[in-house]
Design a binder for this molecule. Structure first.
Ligand code: GLN
Length: 264
């Protein structure tokens, strides 16, 4: 009987310990010391590297069944491996990524995120690992045939993206229709609710492949650098991630991942 009690007690303790340890890996909360400082100290429980993204941005982050996959996800996993951390991904609205990294809810933001001067006032960025170009998706034979036709038309963008900023600057606030998800902007174009969508080139290609009757107009808007963002005060994690990222760029891992998703 005594022996049974001892075993039962041990089981309860073990369970309680596992539950606590489990919390550490699953809450993805960057307020936990282990999570933000990036130190792999917790014995067999790896500290969490929480990443905020918006998983509607093929081929950088998107769903395959229930799983979020893509270029950013694969690069982030390799970074987490190098740091001895467990990557946890949160799929949130794009315009919440920077605020929630700033507030410490997530340790980093990785979402085909363009480095730009305004964002640099709120967050720091890692080394750039990829580039993007803004393009315009239009309907074949629709109201916008060339870039000159865009002025005065209804332009769809994803809220707070660089496409949103460029379109607002170039064509004025009144022409912009904002969508939480890029896919909804594309659906609106397909259904003639808007005349075009301004978006990054790689997701644009995927949307055009998936929807008949759409095409891409190339633009001369700037080439943008994608990088990972961190809260201003979290320089320790930024440096660790940056070192890992630079190694992955130098040894060809980043290029191999990009080539796997984007046909050269
Ligand atoms: N590169 C664009 C930006 O940073 C779009 C990113 C996205 O929609 N995920 O604003």
């Amino acid at each position: 009987m005594k022996k049974f009690l001892a075993i039962a007690l041990a089981a309860v303790l073990l369970f309680a310990f596992a539950a606590c340890a489990g919390n550490k890996t699953t809450d993805g909360n960057a307020t936990d010391g282990n999570v933000t400082d990036g130190n792999a100290t917790a014995g067999d429980v790896k500290p969490v590297l929480s990443m905020a993204t918006e998983a509607g941005f093929m081929p950088y982050e998107y769903y395959e069944g229930d799983e979020i996959v893509g270029i950013d996800v694969e690069i982030a996993k390799l970074i987490a491996d190098k740091l001895g951390m467990e990557l946890e991904i949160a799929d949130i609205d794009f315009n919440q990524i920077i605020p929630s990294v700033q507030s410490g809810k997530y340790a980093m933001g990785m979402a085909g995120l363009t480095v730009d001067a305004t964002r640099l006032e709120s967050v720091n960025f890692s080394t750039s690992y990829a580039t993007g170009v803004q393009v315009v998706i239009v309907k074949d034979g629709g109201s916008v045939a060339t870039l000159d036709d865009i002025a005065g038309k209804k332009i769809g963008v994803q809220t707070s993206t660089t496409g949103d900023l460029i379109a607002s600057d170039e064509f004025g606030e009144e022409s912009i229709q904002r969508f939480e998800r890029t896919a909804d902007a594309v659906t609106a174009l397909v259904n003639d609710k808007i005349d075009c969508v301004i978006i990054d080139n790689e997701p644009a290609k995927k949307f055009v492949e998936a929807n008949e009757g759409l095409k891409i107009l190339e633009t001369t808007y700037a080439v943008e650098d994608y990088a990972i963002c961190f809260a201003k005060e979290n320089t320790e994690l930024l440096e660790k991630v940056d070192t890992a990222l630079k190694e992955l760029i130098a040894d060809g891992s980043v290029k191999a991942i990009i080539d796997k998703y984007i046909a050269a």
